[in-house]
Design a protein around this ligand. Structure first.
Ligand code: HPA
Length: 256
């Protein structure tokens, strides 16, 4: 991968990856510069609507913040190694803290769609890992940093925002789940289900990056409501919830 000098020199230590429909998050922040994924040799690009593919450097409270607007997914046909190239790039430019966001279905009756859930842990049902071929046997007992979780809970309390915490199950997709699959996921302890984030979290931990994960709960998972699932509905709920994420980030950022 050939990393543009501008990115190498951006000075950011914190990065945030924006999931489905969360693009508006970036709109309200000043752009210092941006680079399309397609302009970086060796970085895969996404064709999914709502996943603009670019890095954007902004300034928050006088500190640079790297925003990855859009990601690529296994279901687009990329390998688990391909889809974490963004994380390898971040590590190379000096990112130490990573906030991963996604859109997810909720399986937990007390976590309403339209609210956010911070990841306490995950279940990898993707059938693969970005670490295939090494490094092996990375410790996964605290993928999602307790320190960052405490910080964000404090920020949520101060901003009077609901912030749940629970387990995210990653399914390979690209189809949404069946009601039977959702019953299985509930039985094994998942609170939310989505198709991303887990490979990036694994890669980041293997590189020693501190990670936090956030699911924008966009819909009841299959079978929990009479409504059919659609990518458009997922994106529009994400658009509305992006504002809450900014508030959380502003509250937590000084101590991240
Ligand atoms: N399932 C999987 N991925 C998702 C969902 C869902 O219900 N909602 C948003 N992303």
């Amino acid at each position: 991968m050939k990393i543009p000098r501008e990115l190498m020199d951006c000075g950011a230590e914190t990065a945030i990856v924006l999931g489905s429909g969360l693009g508006p998050f970036a709109k309200s922040l000043p752009e210092i510069f941006s680079i399309e994924y397609g302009a970086i040799e060796g970085l895969p690009t996404s064709g999914v609507p709502g996943h603009a593919g670019r890095f954007l450097v902004t300034k928050l409270q006088d500190r640079p913040l790297l925003i990855a607007q859009g990601r690529v997914h296994l279901y687009e046909g990329w390998s688990a190694q391909d889809i974490v190239k963004n994380i390898q790039l971040m590590h190379a430019i000096g990112i130490k803290k990573l906030l991963l966001t996604n859109a997810a279905g909720t399986l937990n009756k007390s976590f309403e769609p339209g609210t956010w859930m911070m990841l306490s842990d995950h279940i990898n049902l993707l059938g693969t890992s970005p670490l295939r071929g090494g490094p092996n046997f990375i410790d996964m007992s605290e993928v999602y940093s307790l320190r960052l979780r405490r910080l964000f809970h404090e920020a949520a309390k101060a901003a009077r925002l609901t912030l749940h915490e629970g387990v995210y199950a990653a399914m390979a997709g690209p189809q949404f789940e069946t009601p039977a699959e959702i019953r299985m996921l509930r039985a094994i302890g998942a609170d939310a289900v989505g198709m991303s984030t887990v490979p990036e979290a694994i890669q980041a931990r293997a590189l020693g990056i501190e990670v936090a994960g956030f699911s924008c709960l966009t819909n009841w998972a299959a079978g929990l409501s009479p409504e059919k699932l659609s990518h458009e509905d997922v994106s529009s709920v994400g658009n509305e919830a992006a504002g809450q994420l900014i508030e959380l980030l502003l509250g937590a950022f000084p101590q991240i």
